[in-house]
Design a protein around this ligand. Sequence first.
Ligand code: WT7
Length: 584
Amino acid sequence: MASAKSGKTSEEKNIAQGFSWDEFAVELAGSASGPLNLGAACTDRHVAAGRGDAVAIRWIGRHQDRRNIGYDELAAWSGRIAAVLSELGLGHGDSVAVLLDRVPELYASALGIWKAAGVYCPLSGAFGPGPLKARLDVGQARILIASEDLYLRKLVSSRAALDGLRQVLLVRAEDATGPLPEGCLDFKALVDGATPMAAHSTKAEDPAFLHFTSGTTGTPKGVVHAHGAVLGHLMTGRAVFGLTEADVFWCTADPGWVTSTAYGVIAPLVCGATLLVDEADVEPRRWYGILHDEKVTAWYTTPTAIRTMMRFGAALARSYRDNSLRVAASVGEPLNAEAVSWGAKALGVPFLDTWWQTETGAIIIANAPGQGRRPGSMGRVLPGVEAAVVRCEDGAAQMVTDADTVGELALRQGWPAMFSRYIGGDDRVGKCCRDGWYFTGDLVRRDADGFFWFVGRADDMIKCGAQQIGPFEVEGMLMDHPAVAEVGVVSKPDLLLREVPVAFASLNPGFEAGDALRAELLSFARQELGAALAPREIHFIAELPKTSTGKILRRALKARAVAELDGNELLPDLPPCPGRFDDE
Ligand code: WT7
């Protein structure tokens, strides 16, 4: 990139100076070049250090059933899963897709897959059959581990079309009776009968996990991360959350999102903390109860969840103020300054915004103790990472050094949890990695003190809650309906989720625009795409607005979507009360 001046403030440099990756590498693998296995770094390492009795996972089921899993139990369980996978012929670097809710088997499977040198590829139960099949195809999954329920509801019909899939292991409900679905194996029976296997030795660059993010084409992008990414999780677990063995860390993310793998599995376990898992979805009353009763010390959630809690009001929050929280943070979408201070008032700790992406693998920019904080901003860049704001002028990328100028956020390649490659589709790495920099696709500005402020996406991605939706995948699926001639999917502002996808469709001859067809299309979309991706509204339009080159003019559609907005209710307010950080 032209004029490659370091855009760092002197304070950022100071933080980075006291920092050494080699030290972390030695801690995790015994030596800087020693074998490193993500599964072993999260389990066996703690058992060897005499912490086998400590609780690795405290699981709370949907119906308040509970289970504590010690580090020794988790080490042995994941070793047995690794043995089963190897026995089934899983090769070094083969993908294992996992379609499970937040059940204990999810966590043990991730660790077992890593120990067997496979690639963990978790999928979201909020997706419908279409997006799931597309991800299994792109990820070339060899083995699938799924709950019987999700498998029967979402995948059984596509099984024949999944060429690469060799085995399906089903986690059955405890009271399940009767035969297993055809061609499937019983996960529990196989694993219970196996002998734990020692973790394979893997190199830092060996692939370990695979997540999907939305692309600018109809197919999702597979983003591959390596075993060495664990360094980024150890470092950010400590730098952002201050994690130690004394912590109870709770991450609320859906298993299909990268946040769940990085901070809902790896970071707390590699730091030797207790990972708290709640199987249920967002429910503020239940959440306050868990934060309080389980003495959660560090909490990672989303702005949508925080806004949901704000809507439930101050009185409820205050009745749980007596908690053990030390730090609470959010990711996925901008966190407004009001939400940050609401956290301080309601929970006794401010919510800290953190920024990263599927591609970055770990937190890159954060408000964190020791980093300084500025409510409403994404925070400052973490030690070990170099970030720049870039503008394209005369076809060449130029770094912006002036404060508060908007440009694209770029990161100097080579931070520890950086993705290794994209899979599926065209050469996407070529488009976002240039001259040693990775271009994030996010527009930001950096203020004079080095805090980054989110401005928007440089592309058409829709940010719905913490999730990123590619309009192209949704459009492709809607086009499969015989009534739809053309369709454009754009975002519409939403108070809770920030943006939701809405569709504008023109119809084929013989179909009549009206409520009946709208209901049918909405239900078709939910069935095929799943609740996570389906548009919330469908509007009929005689003809889609187009650019002179025939592309859908999304700006015009967005303006129409905004025009349909209804009034939003106001968020509740709280009287001031002090925060808990010493430097506040
Ligand atoms: C996109 C990445 C990182 C796990 C969840 C999402 C947006 C992320 C913030 C934030 C404003 C944010 C960006 C980014 N984003 N964090 N703190 N403030 N926007 O992972 O699906 O890869 O999405 O989420 O647009 O590029 P993802």
